[in-house]
Design a binder for this molecule. Structure first.
Ligand code: NDP
Length: 338
């Protein structure tokens, strides 16, 4: 059983060498009378929050740290080989929390969803039909309370979550602008996902000026994925009653001291609202989410770009690549196709 092992807690930017691949000879089987589920992992998801799990436990707040010397874990798509749990049987396809290894013995009490629709690519259950998709859905519809015609700004807009938020906003009839870190990503936002405008934040010396260029009347909704200087610039460009969904702040995850934000007082004068959220709180809405999104995918009204790294060995590089923007679209690792 090939595994990706977490070497030790990380300071600063994570490196490929913070993980290593090895093979375990321990034979996995569902213990008699237990409700464990033995799975073969097919696709593993690379997600920015996994960086927070690389911190020593003392810093971890909402989530457990990885254990040095043990396989890392995260969301994935898998096939059930054996099950002691009444909800899962051999041959079922599932998505949820699994190990970064070829085979895992899972406790089904962790988030584990049976895949009911297989007429879409299975890899989508790491992205648009999995945790990032639910994040876009909950963050946009529930936290932002969007209305037709509103002015929407999304950072890290070409990624797993951002590309979907932008397309939801366009389908609702909003004016949508995204920021991303390369020319290719900017082109993708405009030409593939139908954003009205997009810009490369790395080429802007003055983010406030950039936002004024695209939002002369200000921003109604900011879907926050990066934090730091971008958040400060948005705070200077809000319309009255602006809503900010604090989804993530990836620019801060590798800093030992988080950057300060200076323009918070504008929340008062613009009567604005900023709201953080964690996606697992919304998993009970997964069926409604599928009802909305599956038809959009099948009718070609929403497209989704994935960046698939081949083989478990490519996992560490794919994961750390999130923090330099190496990924184009949703980053995942294909461990096996069936
Ligand atoms: P992405 O697919 O967007 O990958 C991360 C991207 O972030 C990179 O490709 C890069 O794109 C960008 N990035 C990396 N470093 C920086 C930086 N210093 N400044 C600005 N941009 C940077 O990831 P996801 O879509 O999966 O996640 C987006 C955000 O949503 C993250 O902050 C994540 O933590 C958060 N999240 C929150 C959840 C919740 O429950 N609240 C659930 C899931 C995700 P580029 O080339 O454009 O720089």
């Amino acid at each position: 059983n090939k595994q990706v092992i977490f070497r030790d807690y990380v300071k600063g930017f994570p490196k490929e060498s913070d993980m290593y691949v090895t093979a375990s000879t321990i034979k996995l089987q569902v213990p008699e009378g237990s409700n464990g589920v033995l799975v073969k992992n097919l696709y593993l998801s690379c997600d920015p929050y996994m960086r927070n799990r690389m911190n020593p436990p003392i810093y971890a707040s909402y989530i457990d740290s990885f254990n040095p010397g043990s396989p890392i874990s995260g969301y994935g798509v898998a096939k059930v080989l054996d099950s002691g749990h009444p909800n899962f049987k051999k041959g079922d396809l599932v998505w949820g929390i699994t190990g970064w290894e070829e085979y895992s013995l899972l406790s089904a009490t962790k988030a584990l969803f049976k895949i009911q629709h297989t007429d879409v690519p299975l890899s989508h259950y790491t992205g648009i039909l999995g945790m990032p998709g639910m994040t876009a859905y909950a963050g946009f519809y529930e936290v932002c309370s969007p209305k037709k015609g509103e002015y929407v700004f999304i950072s890290a807009a070409s990624g797993a979550v951002g590309q979907l938020v932008g397309q939801f906003a366009k389908l609702l009839g909003c004016y949508v602008v995204g920021s991303a870190g390369s020319k290719d990503k900017v082109d993708m936002l405009k030409n593939k996902f139908g954003f009205d405008e997009a810009f490369n934040y790395k080429e802007e010396t003055d983010l406030d000026a950039a936002l004024k260029r695209y939002f002369p009347e200000g921003i109604d909704i900011y879907f926050e994925n990066v934090g730091g200087k971008m958040l400060d610039a948005v705070l200077l460009n809000m319309r009255n009653h602006c809503r900010i969904a604090a989804c993530g702040m990836i620019s801060q995850y590798n800093l030992e001291e988080h950057e300060g934000v200076h323009n918070l007082m504008n929340l008062i004068t613009k009567q604005a609202r900023i709201g953080g959220f964690l996606v697992p709180d919304y998993y009970h809405k997964y069926p409604q989410f599928l009802e909305l999104v599956l038809p959009y995918i099948k009718q070609g009204k929403i497209t989704y770009v994935e960046d698939i790294a081949e083989g478990l060995e490519s996992g560490p590089a794919a994961l750390v690549g999130l923090f330099t923007g190496r990924n184009v679209g949703k980053q995942l690792v294909a461990v096996a196709r069936e």
